[in-house]
Design a protein. Structure first.
Lengths: 307, 307
């Protein structure tokens, strides 16, 4: 039984107050797979790249236990490209350029060897592509988690609602939760979104942490207070990777275990932002991860017996 | 040994997207005392009001165990008055009018019966007034906590730094921490501020919770996700009251116990914002408080054994 990850693989060109990245490897599926591969192998990846995507980057993923059979390589085309600039507060960014390239006509094909999918992570992508993957799976996965963004709410609302109806866990950020629900209060927004289909809703608040809603229950995990957020690109995807990686490793889809998965995801995201692109994710060891998770425990742990 | 609270007592006139309060009772010391009186009695209050301050409001405080010997009543003068308007996100507000009135010439007098002060909470007020209270105490309290605001950083920076040097716990919000330190990163800001004197720094982030810094340690407590924040006025003071109230009750000034105190403060603040002014604080019972603190435990509790 396996973990299948769907999403973009891309070139990113990032500018922050601390410097420029130049053209580096990015994309939702790249971050998700790099993050999740610390917890579960293999990761079965579904994506598309152009002939310009470096072979050594594909090999590096492969070496980390990412199965690329579902990654289409369009030799004569160019990979998805995104460039953006972050402002001083690192919570807002401007997109400078988007070239869809191969992503513009992407029709995902689920390989036969992926049909044992137990956990499915739909990274941010056209809702139509996300839906197509769900439809191609002969058996419904035990858990489908999905990330999306405001862009699809504005350009593909109907398709988006169809996917949302099919998934168990939806991940959005705070402003997207407000946009999707039409409610300003996140508690009210969560209640409305849970009516749209998902059993679980994760609202990501960047440096302000993440909320998990399920029925009447709510859980909160902070982000680690960092000296410097160097580059937030991919933090949400890295969070998703840690989350689904922990779930796939533990095979436990209870609310209690999702709380832990959120802490694991937050820990992974806290690494991601420390350097440009995927650099930090490529460096870290299992010990680094264990240590960071302990920092999260320390960060929120208090002694209720004293009250 | 007692808990002494210093701060303004005022009339507030509040406008939020949900309505207008008209002229109601407010002021830092009022909120702090109302909040702290749930944990420790008596509260020995130092403040000043005009002849227009309602006797029944003073009696109500008195009935809750607030000793008003240190509250000067200037019969021929008017009480401090503030009016403000909150925006939709409730994190920003405009001051519409400030009338200092009796506060403009306030010279605090510490009654002899307050000389047993073990815990001192300096609510947001002129740094000069805060300093005067410290100077009048013959024995240094075991713990001095202080709240302040950006206004004093801009108009009384020298006095402010003098007080900060004398206190054990400083409370500011995130933008004030940035302004005081000249650092954008809150981790770096905390490091700079801890060099200015205090052993402990609490950075309040409103709906995004609060951080406690001490040496190399950091603790985070979230704010309770609420359906609606009705009126944030006094939330920071109510937090301070819960914090110092818990410390004074437990007589434990360890870092571990300060974490608990922050959770207690956050719980109290979550009540404050549910109605206009002090209304909700006047209604709640010990059971309500216990229940709310349990909600905070549930909100952040996760099972580390599963990782």
């Amino acid at each position: 039984m396996s973990l299948v990850v769907v999403g973009s693989m891309a070139f990113d060109d990032i500018e922050t107050p601390f410097g420029k990245s130049n053209k580096i490897i990015g994309g939702a599926a790249t971050y998700i797979a790099l993050s999740a591969s610390n917890f579960k192998k293999p990761i079965k990846q579904i994506s598309v790249v152009g002939g310009d995507f470096p072979v050594e980057e594909l090999e590096a993923l492969s070496n980390r236990g990412v199965d690329l059979e579902g990654v289409q390589i369009k030799k004569d085309k160019k990979s998805f490209y995104w460039s953006g600039r972050y402002h001083m507060d690192m919570n807002t960014r401007d997109t400078l350029e988007t070239q869809l390239n191969v992503l513009g006509e992407f029709v995902p094909i689920v390989p036969e060897s992926y049909q044992d999918c137990e956990f499915l992570m739909l990274g941010n992508l056209l809702p139509e592509v996300q839906l197509s993957v769900i439809r191609q799976l002969k058996h419904r996965p035990r858990l489908i988690a999905m990330d999306t963004m405001n862009f699809w709410m504005e350009t593909a609302a109907d398709d988006l609602k169809k996917v949302i109806r099919e998934v168990d866990v939806l991940m959005v950020n705070d402003s997207e939760a407000r946009e999707l629900s039409g409610e300003f209060s996140l508690v009210k927004a969560a209640r409305e979104i849970l009516k749209m289909g998902p059993e679980y809703l994760i609202i990501k608040k960047g440096e302000h942490g993440a909320l998990l809603f399920h029925k009447q229950q709510v859980f909160f995990a902070p982000a680690l207070p960092l000296e410097e957020v160097f580059d937030p690109t991919g933090a949400g995807d890295t969070f998703a990777g840690g989350f689904i990686g922990h779930i796939a490793r533990s095979k436990d889809i209870s609310f209690e275990n999702m709380k832990t998965a959120i802490v694991v995801g937050s820990a992974m995201a806290s690494f991601c932002v420390e350097k440009f692109g995927t650099q930090r994710l490529q460096e870290i060891s299992q010990d680094d991860i264990d240590e960071r998770i302990q920092e999260f425990v320390q960060l929120v742990n208090f002694d209720i017996a004293l009250i």
